[in-house]
Design a binder for this molecule. Sequence first.
Ligand code: DX5
Ligand code: ZN
Length: 218
Amino acid sequence: MKKICPSILSADFSILAEEIKKAELSGADIIHCDIMDGHFVPNITFGPDIVAKVNEITNLPLDVHLMIENADMYIDSFYKAGADYISVHAENNFHINRLVNKIKSLGMKAGVALNPATGIQTLDSIIEYLDFVLVMSVNPGFGGQKFIPNSIGKIKDIKRLISEKNPLCSIEIDGGIGPANIKEVSDAGADMFVCGASVFKAPDAKSAIIEMKRLINN
Ligand code: DX5
Ligand code: ZN
């Protein structure tokens, strides 16, 4: 079953608990938490303490997307905070195999995230160990950006790689996803859809999620 993963980056932080409940009641499958450190990306968000609070508010699985330097130092903290999925970026982590093993050894699902300009050859020697690949379809750092069209071809290429080497691996797409493009992205092979603005800035989050689910599950 394909999954809608609202990103709380686009939520109103002054009423975060209500926003998360709204997403949950609207049919969200997973809550996506964007962790930014002002070094790997030009923005700063929040850390494990907030993720732990999010975990108290919802029963949905938490998907923690680490856009930070020294990710290895924080895996334990996000695990303790309640993360179910953790993705680390290919561009700034030298010991991806060790990181992925660490995430999986704690019982979480491990993913590798690729920036828009990062080629998929970087997955060759790690794909067989991954639970998911996160394809960034915007340059990471901010919500509400425009989908970069060549991400579609990239998803198709990753789908081919996955069918050969690890058919159980999922593909998550992150950035600029909404009702206008979700079907094409889904048909290309994506299974998990991060939706920031298209859920939290929608006039009605519930109808937005229902519509997107209709588009990807038919
Ligand atoms: C961007 C983040 C995304 C972002 C998506 O760096 O990784 O998860 O919140 O937001 P939208 O869906 O608005 O592009
Ligand atoms: Zn993200």
